[in-house]
Write a protein that binds this ligand. Sequence first.
Ligand code: LLP
Length: 421
Amino acid sequence: MDYFLYRDGVLHAEDVPLPQIAAGVGTPFYVYSTATLVRHYRLFKDALEGLPNLVCYAMKSNSNQAVIKLLADLGAGMDVVSGGEYLRARAAGVPGNRIVFSGVGKTRSEMELALDGGIRQVNLESEPEMNMLSRVATAMGVTVPVTIRVNPNVDAGTHAKIATGTSGNKFGIPIARASAAYALAASLPGLEVIGIDVHIGSQLTELAPFEVAYGKVADLTRTLRAEGHRIERLDLGGGLGIPYAHLNKTPPVPAEYGALIKRTVGNLDVEVEVEPGRLISGNAGLLVASVIYMKRGEGRDFLILDAAMNDLIRPALYDAHHDIIPVMEAPAGVNHQPYDIVGPVCESGDTFARGYPMPPLAPGDSVAFRSAGAYGAVMSSEYNTRPLIPEVLVKDDHFAIIRPRPTLDEIIGRDIVPDWL
Ligand code: LLP
């Protein structure tokens, strides 16, 4: 559920009519709803009630500092995957002891940055990384709490580009090698083994893969404890999917996911961390764009928008579907026609939807892409020298620009032409 609804035929973000934002910032833009972000965070908190837990928002899904601060103020921790994300979390006021550092290739300087600023735990993904962190921690005279991310070899049943839990991909240490990896970590100075980490993929629409993976983590907890390790924290990753409209079925909700967690690891006397990204931010955002032209093709018509693949790359990269709806609600019974909905970028991949039914629209009319709050703005680029589009946060009846649109001069001015040219 979200807070983007038609009122008197006009699409609103909470109590703000979208045309009001469009008039203020111009299209295209991203708009996020505070109430939706809060609601989704609370769903996770409620789902885990009764277990010691920390919900660590996966910042990669939407890392605007306003979003981070909003969630951190509710008590959320953060899952970061780079030194940049770490500093962004700190800049937004998140204390180090609520930040978990994930990622398959943390560099020495990123480790130094996190150890210097304070970190809740580092999730290690390989033996070489373990050795590096041990060297960094020892040199800095600190001891850092660590988990090891295990790869449980579970098929998450999601798009190949966002599945992470099978042995064919780069993530974690094969679970069969876990005992040896934990023995190594325990022997290294500067590291304090405190738990296990797992993440099997993103946009999962079934609970079964989580159940298998968490069952394996529960077994591993017992094994590692028998081998003398202190396992007091389980980081269970993110990945719970959201309802994008192309799914015939609705994905499980956080309450069902929470029940599964309690069922699989709830009796192990551990603190649980989860790292949801998309489920918190995905349906909390829209991308709003305007029609530039309606163009007749041969056997198909094109709606050419002012947003493009550089603004929202998910359709081009993952064949992802986002519902597209007009900002001014179509009158009941109006005829819809199929359009290919595209952006102005010079490649055919710049197509958001094919044969998509839309009511009559004219140049200047606006449309909204739903479920665009996660992996939208964060994955955008300036391809074709198109400025990054603004981000707007709505709360009740007011809104704020939380990232302005850069000017073309700013973008072009970043290039440096060497003096020999
Ligand atoms: N934790 C780890 C270690 C992760 O790698 C990820 C996502 C998450 C948590 C959060 O997963 P979520 O709850 O958002 O599914 N750009 C892709 C998604 C990439 C996900 C990468 N890792 C997309 O647009 O679908």
